[in-house]
Design a binder for this molecule. Structure first.
Ligand code: SF4
Length: 434
């Protein structure tokens, strides 16, 4: 089959820009569409292309459809791109009429809220880690078979989706077929990340066994933590020979400590020499500092840590199962190592002036090189959404970029966004001084 996989354009909207002319905090995603490269890897006997509309102009969509005439189009999206996904699907169906391809919606938002895509223009919705199930769907359509695949539903806009629940296992990762990095080779030069530079993405693990209230990652694997084989992950690092920086895009690279130890030892033994950036929980650093040290020998150059908050009560509300004291202990160890620290923080809409000041002071005191403050956003499908849904004031998902408050702010909105923008400005100065 001819298959086109589409990464939708940056389509998030910005309240601070629209209402107050603050342009400095608009969310732009610049990394490679690894999820699509992973899916393509398991479609090894089909003719697959990737269209990255974060790089290409909007006109490339119909030019590509008309030129390639795909039989099936798969479109991914995170929550703020959900309406862009639907618009792309409906444009293709409208312009191609009876020649339109089968259109499949997948990705983060489809996994969190599959019913959102139960609309005209979309034929199937795929939930969760889909390297194997998407191939099963393609095979069934190719052979004209009825589709009865757990985690995949045929759309039926007049009723609710009939989604067969699914279990997840390492077999879903299909280790033996690596991602098709070659399909984005023409875009590679544009994949440059703020504060990191040019980086290639590797996924070594999916899912998470923790259940932080704001996080959608556990949904992707039914709260299981699934790791690729060490050999498959090292193979991916080798395939990315055009970059020296590897961003492990797992939400929790060190989720299985004995595995993490073996993995680092295997990287060292393999002779692969890369600078690696990976996500780690603060409590993992505190409880297993030797693993971080071993990984540094394997090439770890920086870590992304979800500190989230500087207040224990809020950390408890987020079900983070960590504490400010643990975060500080982790930072002390990281300072000894010299690793770059990229720190995620959550700014709650109920922040007052003193909260903004306290966060700024914490980041200064602990010399966090690349702080990334996001605004607390109840993503549909998360426990946070359940607990906050009555408070939501903005329902247009294009604002769910983590840089807009979709619930009421305690401060006047303009002051809230001004203080938030000042945090960004100050942090930017901080980065350039390092
Ligand atoms: S924030 Fe991190 S630790 Fe918490 S559930 Fe998500 S991936 Fe797991």
């Amino acid at each position: 089959m001819k298959i086109l996989l589409i990464n939708p354009p940056n389509s998030g909207k910005s309240i601070p820009e629209e209402q107050y002319g603050i342009t400095s905090i608009k969310a732009i995603f610049k990394g490679e569409p690894l999820a699509l490269e992973v899916l393509a890897g398991n479609l090894y006997d089909h003719d697959v292309r990737i269209l990255d509309l974060k790089v290409e102009p909007a006109s490339a969509l119909m030019e590509t459809i008309n030129r390639d005439a795909p039989d099936l189009v798969g479109i991914t999206s995170v929550t703020c791109e959900a309406d862009a996904l639907i618009a792309i699907a409906q444009q293709i169906k409208k312009e191609m009429n009876q020649d339109a391809p089968v259109i499949v919606a997948g990705g983060h938002h489809a996994s969190c809220d599959p019913d959102y895509f139960n609309v005209k223009g979309i034929d199937y919705v795929v939930c969760g880690v889909a390297k194997k199930s998407f191939r099963d769907l393609v095979t069934a359509i190719d052979k004209g078979q009825q589709v009865r695949i757990p985690g995949i539903a045929k759309t039926c806009p007049d009723t609710r989706l009939n989604l067969v629940p699914r279990q997840y296992s390492v077999e879903d990762l299909v280790d033996e077929h690596p991602p098709r990095y070659d399909l984005v080779k023409d875009y590679r030069e544009t994949y440059v990340m703020g504060g990191i530079g040019k980086a290639g993405f590797v996924v070594t693990a999916f899912g998470c066994v923790h259940s932080c209230a704001f996080c959608s990652i556990p949904t992707l694997t039914g709260e299981r933590y699934l790791t690729h084989s060490i050999a498959a992950s090292i193979d991916c690092m080798k395939r990315l020979d055009m970059v020296s920086m590897i961003r492990c895009v797992d939400a929790n690279t060190f989720g299985n400590i004995s595995f993490a130890r073996q993995f680092a030892a295997a990287i060292i033994a393999s002779g692969v020499k890369k600078h690696i950036i990976a996500d780690v929980r603060a409590d993992t650093i505190v409880n297993h500092p030797d693993v971080i040290d071993l990984w540094q020998k394997a090439g770890l150059a920086g870590v992304v840590i979800g500190f989230e908050e500087i207040d224990n009560q809020r950390l408890t509300q987020f079900n983070k199962k960590s504490s400010v004291e643990t975060n500080i202990k982790a930072l002390k160890h990281l300072k000894k190592t010299g690793l770059k620290v990229i720190g995620d923080f959550i700014v709650s809409p109920d922040y007052g002036r003193s909260d903004f000041k306290a966060l700024e002071d914490f980041i200064d005191t602990h010399e966090i090189q690349l702080p990334v403050p996001s605004i607390l956003t109840p993503i549909p499908g998360t426990p946070l959404y359940q607990s906050m849904k009555e408070e939501i004031k903005i329902f247009d998902l294009a604002y769910y970029t983590f840089s807009n408050a979709v619930t009421r702010t305690a401060l006047e909105k303009e002051e809230f966004y001004t203080l938030y923008a000042e945090l960004f400005k100050k942090f930017h100065r901080h980065i350039t001084q390092k």
